[in-house]
Design a protein around this ligand. Structure first.
Ligand code: FRU
Length: 487
């Protein structure tokens, strides 16, 4: 084991907080100690789901990228494992960047990642491998396995990263992001008979001067009869309503042609909140496509309270994906229901100026609110306030007249008023259902049974745990509320 890797493991052994810890989220993955960004290597290996992540153990800021490692049996309760990789070779000295994992026929776990290096020609990004047993990983002696030689003409060797590998009947495929000569971002497809030797097999999609420049962290899979491409573009001109400016996420649904190019049928953002990037998926044994993402926006990483926590960065709750009518549908993994504790339900509550309901409060909850106008009256606005108290509040407003939800987290513990409000379109009925999942540092919102998902980091203190409802006009609500319990 290299000195860099043993140093990281020793540091973790000394500094990782004992679990359960009042500092950590109850069920969202963090590094425990240090910095975390993209999910990597999300895969099912020997009956457990493994998740790696972009990681710098020694500080709460991005730096030399390692791969951190956790695993779980149910996507909810995670166990920290020792750091899996450190940037300890010439070809990855400047960072072990994002990548993915698959399982080989001989039982080994294979990691595929981007090695960043400094060469005489400048910085280079190449695709590399590491083999392991779910705990310890050894980098392949033949690294890198994909380099500038395999790029299409004009493809940037500086921006070529984030391979997502999967197996096919006759070998392996991988997609990776690349910056093209014309300044567009692209997703390239590579094929290999043995995971060691790779050939370019086509360009799946590119930004066509519309969706930013470099395309990061692609994932490509079949779902419900469609081909689905998830990607995280940089330098996007957003539209204030769906796509964020700067780093955003994009889902293209369509059909892959014989040349492996995707014919697009629909384009959409993946998550309408302020904190969601670099999603990655796996397929479970029972056939579910499950996605996890970094619950953070690159452009606001420095907008956080004065650091009192030993970690920065968290993952979303894993979500089950479906495609319905050309749209990506997301619902929290069903395993979450196994952690539902104290239950409070109300039906047909008349909501007026400010309504509090006994038993409806908390910061670690799974709550669904179904709202409609009361007695055919008009409903102008319905609001759910969560994480409320001591001047803090995170508000979810539904305005039927223009079919929007607006989330306002300007009083959620952020030190600056930057990017704290986000509106997005929802189904155009007068009724809506809002499923709100709260953990210590986040709110995830699922609208109309997963038609829209919106993720937000929150920093209101744990004592801000009130929930209230209000309406302009006459509303009626059904509320199904569970405390999530992890004893
Ligand atoms: C996306 C990303 C990836 C890269 C990694 C570096 O968030 O920029 O493209 O591999 O983060 O940490």
């Amino acid at each position: 084991m290299s000195d860099l890797l043993s140093r990281a493991r020793a540091y973790e052994a000394e500094h990782l907080p004992a679990v359960p810890s009042a500092l950590l989220p109850c069920f969202h993955v963090t590094a425990g100690v240090g910095w975390l960004n993209d999910p990597n290597g999300f895969s099912l290996y020997r009956g457990e789901y493994h998740l790696f992540f972009q990681y710098y153990p020694y500080d709460v800021h991005w730096s030399d990228m390692h791969w951190g490692h956790v695993k779980t049996r149910d996507f909810i309760r995670w166990e920290h494992l020792p750091c899996a990789m450190a940037p300890d070779r010439d070809y990855d000295r400047k960072g072990c960047f994002s990548g993915s994992a698959t399982v080989l026929a001989d039982g080994r776990h294979l990691l595929m990642y981007t090695g960043v290096s400094q060469t005489d020609e400048g910085e280079r990004q190449t695709q590399c491998l590491a083999f392991g047993d779910g705990l310890d990983y050894e980098k392949y002696a033949g690294n890198p396995v994909i380099g500038a030689e395999q790029l299409p003409p004009g493809g940037s060797p500086v921006h070529f990263r984030d391979p997502k590998i999967w197996q096919t009947d006759d070998g392996f495929c991988a997609v990776a992001g690349n910056l093209c000569a014309d300044g567009n971002g692209a997703v390239l497809l590579f094929k290999s008979p043995d995971a060691l030797h790779w050939q370019l097999a086509g360009k799946v999609a590119s930004s066509d001067n519309r969706f930013g420049r470099m395309w990061e962290c692609p994932d490509l899979f079949k779902l419900d009869g469609s081909d689905v491409l998830l990607v995280s573009p940089q330098e996007v001109k957003g539209d204030d309503f769906s796509f964020l400016y700067g780093n955003t996420t994009l889902c293209l649904i369509g059909k892959l042609g014989p040349d492996n190019a995707l014919t697009r049928e629909t384009e959409q953002t993946i998550d309408y909140g302020l904190d969601f990037y670099a999603p990655q998926t796996l397929l479970t044994d029972d056939g579910r496509r499950v996605m996890i993402a970094w619950m953070q926006y690159w452009n606001s990483v420095e907008v956080r309270p004065v650091q009192t926590l030993p970690f920065f960065g968290q993952m979303t709750l894993p979500r089950e994906l479906r495609v319905r009518n050309g749209r990506l549908i997301q619902t929290p993994v069903r395993e979450l229901e196994g952690y539902r504790g104290a239950h409070t339900a109300y039906s047909g509550v008349a909501v007026g100026e400010r309504t509090e309901l006994s038993g409806v409060s908390g910061r670690c909850i799974d709550m669904t609110v179904r709202v409609r106008p009361r007695d055919g009256a008009s409903l102008k606005r319905f609001t759910v306030n969560v994480a409320e108290g001591e001047g803090y509040v995170t508000a979810v407003h539904f305005t039927p007249a223009n079919s929007t939800v607006l989330v306002d987290r300007s009083k959620s513990g952020f030190p600056a008023d930057v990017m704290n409000r986000k509106a997005f379109p929802v189904g155009n009925g007068e009724a809506i259902s809002l499923r709100i999942i709260l953990d210590r540092y986040s709110m995830e919102l699922f609208v109309n049974d997963g038609e829209q998902a919106a993720s937000f980091a929150l920093y209101a203190p744990a004592s801000a745990d009130q929930i209230s409802f209000s309406a302009v006009g006459a509303a009626e609500a059904d509320v199904e509320h569970y405390q999530l319990e992890f004893t």
